[in-house]
Design a protein around this ligand. Structure first.
Ligand code: NDP
Length: 284
């Protein structure tokens, strides 16, 4: 039997609609308009696409957004100055610095300079630490989106075998912590894992965030598993996107599966918007 397709676009649309209503309420009752500042340095075309879609999402939901587009040659001091200004700007509740930054800039120092209370990307060590110890924190958007999609299958994570392939700070590690906090038994795999197919075959819930086109084969999927494919891979010269999972084969075995595109991708921006609205509500 073919897997149920988890429609990330539909889920993100409903989250965005809920947020639109919430923002209208905030404006009406508290005169509060959530504000997001988006910083982009240089001319990376993929970053430009991401920034534009974040701005569009803000406009649609009623969040005030301002873009700070800085030239490639911006110095570390100039960028830190801007962040300090935004940290102190009362109409800005969330600050997002689009990465990757040009090579001459120290990304870690820049992200650490953002006030943790405005760190809507959830990358600041204070928020990462709070998440680790189970305190309320801004959760990083993509892993948070992954968890939302799993929740909406209605499958309880408690006691399930969850396998995460990939251990980046942006996706793999935080997803693993979030699965653990839902009482799944979690295995984290990476490029040095001895028997990746064997580990994947044990997974009731399999989250793949590797960045290699269709690396996880259909034959590695446990029948009935929930498969969340975070990968976004493009072939040279083609616009078509591929996930990290061999989708056509996997969907014949899995119970639930996310497509690429239209699975995890749309969730990232929805969760960023959610964090921004939460940040605005926090101080009031
Ligand atoms: P990274 O490159 O930072 O991490 C990749 C991880 O995959 C590493 O932990 C690496 O292991 C592991 N890996 C690489 N090769 C193998 C292998 N052969 N077997 C097992 N593990 C392997 O990537 P990200 O986490 O940032 O992103 C992963 C994917 O998710 C990408 O396709 C990216 O485009 C996509 N993505 C999508 C988002 C969205 O939809 N909004 C947002 C963020 C990412 P090791 O640590 O040992 O090197």
């Amino acid at each position: 039997m073919s897997a149920k397709i988890i429609d990330g676009k539909a889920v993100s649309d409903s989250i965005r609609a809920e947020l639109r209503a919430e923002v209208a309420r905030m404006k009406g009752t508290k005169g509060l308009v959530p504000g997001l500042a988006v910083i982009i340095v240089g001319n990376d075309p993929a970053s430009r696409v991401y920034v534009d879609s974040k701005k569009r999402a803000c406009a649609e939901i009623g969040i005030y957004s301002e873009e700070h587009a800085l030239p490639e040659k911006t110095t570390q001091a100039e960028l830190l100055n801007l962040i300090r200004k935004l940290n102190n700007d009362p109409k800005i509740h969330g600050i997002l610095c689009q990465v990757p930054l040009p090579k001459h800039l120290d990304e870690k120092e820049v992200l650490n300079a953002i006030d943790p209370r405005k760190d809507v990307d959830g990358f600041h060590p204070v928020n990462v630490g709070k998440m680790m110890v189970g305190e309320k924190a801004f959760l990083p958007c993509t892993p948070h989106g992954v968890m939302e999609l799993i929740k909406r299958t209605g499958i309880a994570l408690q006691g399930k075998q969850a396998v995460v392939v990939g251990r980046s700070n942006i996706v793999g590690k935080p997803v693993a912590i979030m699965l653990l906090s839902e009482n799944a038994t979690v295995t984290i795999c990476h490029s040095r894992t001895a028997d990746l197919p064997g580990e994947c075959r044990k997974a009731d819930v399999l989250v793949v965030a590797v960045g290699k086109k269709e690396m996880v084969k259909g034959g590695w999927i446990k029948p009935g598993a929930v498969v969340i494919d975070v990968g976004v891979n493009r072939e040279e010269g083609s616009k078509k996107l591929y996930g990290d999972v061999e989708y056509e084969a996997a969907k014949e075995v899995a119970g639930y599966i996310t497509p690429v595109p239209g699975g995890v991708g749309p969730m990232t921006i929805a969760m960023l918007m959610k964090n921004t609205v939460e940040a605005a509500n926090m101080g009031r």
